[in-house]
Design a protein. Structure first.
Length: 674
């Protein structure tokens, strides 16, 4: 009771009720007529304080799997593909119930029924904050603007490019349609608030606050900046039900640093219990802008350091994988990073077929931030997470702050409301009617939405004490997260100078690793000289395979790799990839005639690896990549099962038929001595 009362005091302290609470043992909220968002936040904090503890609780943390990038018919581009599923339907699917997909029959009913192979532990619906009002106004036949010219054009659009809304997320100074929103935009803003309330209510209805902790939902949205044609989108996720009255969109805020500042002003710094993070995604099609280090408009090192600090605070995770490709790294690592070529960087590179044989490098000189690039037009290391992790070390030397101290996660970006629908064999597409046919999902035509350059997307994993909002969100904030390309591989990484080299044989290994090292997401101090000299830096890396679903076993693991980035004494960037556990590449393969796996593999892998080249005077970053044996890609599975009915696109030359699924841990950073 005392603990709950203390939580109530903390929650209501900013509401002018401390004096009343000082004289009261129990709180009767009917006695206090407090209105507005502050009261909502106080009630949410109280509910969290009073919720029953989860029956499944583990202080050494367990892996929970989720999807934090999910679109429903509330998103303008999803509705264009005839999707009718709403936020509550996305949660129905995520947690095990069947839902229907287009094409629609004559009565408007869906003709495909789909069900997730295994329910998720947590999920968030992240509909585009842009055009929430316009989308729902123009879909509502009773709306006063339903027959407006703009609404008719919006309903007629079948791709984002066709829609009159699409251009507004590219313009540096966007506006709205007067015939839909009114001259003061009030009509669209009001309907946006209604849509946001429906998104919040759906998350609240599906979140399980009981001691079973069977499922966790997060409230969120996507901020969809495609400024001047470069993808700078972020998913905004809130800790609890204390949220602003309306999401922030690109139509109001055109620069990402303004988004971070606005989130502070409207949420994190309000004292109401509101807590948010932003997650960048699809950096692979950002034309080098996602991880650029030019700080437009921030003049001088002090202003740049403040922006870097705000970024690191606001963005503790980056989406490294989703249905529009992998954003880990580029083959041959252009951009001045020294190191051997990494053949596994050539993985689900959605952008490379679009760019063609000679994409060219992105200009990163003066005014680079002001050059329009409609779509992926060039290649730059600034589009990839590994480069950012390494260049962030150098920025920290220059500014005293690392803007790119982020964890790695993955999600789907489904536009079918199929949160966590990543099973290769049964993947029904991501874009409603646009990729409902296998002929589309298997084609290599770069002009076709939903083609074979897409993939089912990935999952985010969180090492948390329990499946509850605070525990999962805390994992996000401390970056103890990982991403997978779809399978439920469970990887872990610790770093330390005192880690026992025999941890893999120790049943108490995890407790000892926490006690003598730092987990992924953490920072390890090398210590001051001379104590730092001669110390061995060890990395404890382990992973368990995906156990699979009934009738569909997970793949065997092939190997664990450690990826290292560092900055030398001259400021040059370096990277290295080292196989530290498992079976050499080529020992296993897959029979393309049956999709049956062949060859050796592992249920689990573990190693304690000592970096032979560790220099305590140099900053470094490490993460683990866990790779499965080869398996059939989704289009190979589906073309094979179609048999004689397979479309012509299944026979297109050059189609990649296999995939090596994988998982990425978040990094560990090693701060240099002194």
């Amino acid at each position: 009771r005392a603990a709950r009362r203390g939580a109530v005091r903390a929650a209501l302290g900013g509401l002018g009720l401390l004096a009343a609470l000082a004289c009261t043992e129990d709180v009767d909220f009917d006695d206090y007529r407090v209105r507005g968002d502050a009261m909502t936040g106080a009630l949410a904090a109280l509910a969290a304080a009073q919720r029953a503890p989860c029956e499944e609780h583990d202080e050494l943390r367990r892996p929970y799997f989720g999807d934090l990038h999910v679109h429903t018919s509330f998103s303008s581009d999803a509705r264009q593909y005839d999707l009718a599923l709403e936020p509550a339907d996305a949660y129905r699917y995520a947690f095990g119930e069947p839902v229907g997909l287009p094409p629609l029959d004559a009565s408007g009913a869906p003709t495909r029924t789909v069900r997730i192979d295994r329910p998720l532990d947590f999920a968030a619906v992240t509909d585009h904050s842009e055009f929430l009002g316009e989308t729902l106004l123009c879909a509502d036949a009773s709306s006063e603007v339903y027959e407006s010219e703009s609404c008719r054009a919006i309903r007629a659009a079948r791709t984002p490019i066709d829609s009159p809304l699409g251009k507004f997320i590219m313009l540096p100074f966007p506006w709205r349609h007067d015939d839909v929103c009114g001259a003061d935009n009030a009509r669209c803003l009001a309907r946006t608030a209604v849509a946001w309330r429906a998104i919040v209510d759906a998350a609240e209805a599906w979140n399980d606050p009981s001691s079973r902790c069977a499922r966790t939902t997060f409230i969120g949205y996507e901020y969809s900046s495609h400024r001047l044609g470069s993808n700078l989108h972020r998913n905004v996720i809130f800790r609890n039900a204390t949220v602003p009255p309306r999401p922030i969109s690109y139509l109001e805020v055109q620069r990402e640093w303004e988004l971070w500042a606005r989130l502070q002003e409207t949420c994190d710094a309000t004292g109401t219990g509101c807590d948010s993070i932003a997650i960048p995604h699809n950096s692979n099609i950002s034309n080098g802008r996602m991880f650029a280090v030019d700080y437009p408009g921030a003049w001088g090192s002090a202003a740049q350091a403040e922006r870097a600090r705000l970024r690191a605070l606001s963005e503790p995770m980056v989406e490294v994988m989703q249905h529009k490709g992998d954003s880990e790294c580029l083959p041959n690592a252009p951009g001045g990073i020294l190191g051997d070529a990494d053949e596994l960087c050539d993985f689900e590179k959605y952008e490379l077929p679009i760019l063609g044989d000679d994409p060219g490098e992105c200009w990163d000189g003066p005014l680079a931030d002001a050059i329009p690039r409609l779509g992926p037009k060039c290649l730059s290391p600034g589009s990839y997470a590994r480069y950012a992790l390494t260049v962030g070390l150098r920025e920290e030397q220059r500014l005293g702050v690392n803007p790119f101290r982020f964890g790695l996660m993955a999600s789907t970006d489904t536009h079918n409301a199929l949160a966590g629908g990543v099973a290769e064999r049964s993947f029904p597409g991501h874009l409603g009617i646009a990729d409902a046919d296998l002929a589309v999902r298997a084609t290599l035509s770069t002009g076709t939405y939903g083609n074979a350059h897409n993939n089912p997307g990935g999952l985010v994993g969180a090492w948390a004490t329990e499946n509850a909002r605070d525990a999962i969100f805390d994992a996000f904030v401390r970056r103890e997260v990982f991403g997978t390309s779809g399978p439920r591989i469970a990887p872990r990484l610790f770093a330390g100078f005192d880690l026992d080299p025999d941890l893999c044989d120790d049943p108490g290994a995890i407790a000892k690793a926490y006690a003598s090292g730092v987990p992924m997401g953490g920072v390890l101090e090398a210590g001051a000289a001379p104590a730092a000299e001669g110390r061995a830096l060890r990395l404890f890396a382990l992973a368990h395979r995906d156990p699979g679903a009934p009738g569909a076993p997970g793949g065997l693991l092939q190997r664990i790799q450690i990826v290292k980035g560092w900055v030398d004494a001259d400021g040059a960037l370096h990277e290295r990839v080292v196989d530290v556990a498992g079976t050499p590449d080529g020992a296993a393969d897959v029979d393309l005639a049956t999709c049956a796996p062949r060859g050796p593999g592992h249920d689990a892998l573990c190693t304690v690896w000592t970096d032979p080249d560790f220099d305590p005077a140099l900053p470094a970053v490490y993460y683990a990549r866990v790779v499965e044996n080869p398996s059939c890609r989704y289009d190979q599975w589906q073309c094979l099962e179609a048999g004689d009915a397979a479309p012509a696109s299944c026979a297109e030359p050059g189609r990649v038929r296999t995939i090596q699924e994988r998982a990425w841990t978040s990094p560990v950073w090693v701060a240099p001595r002194g």
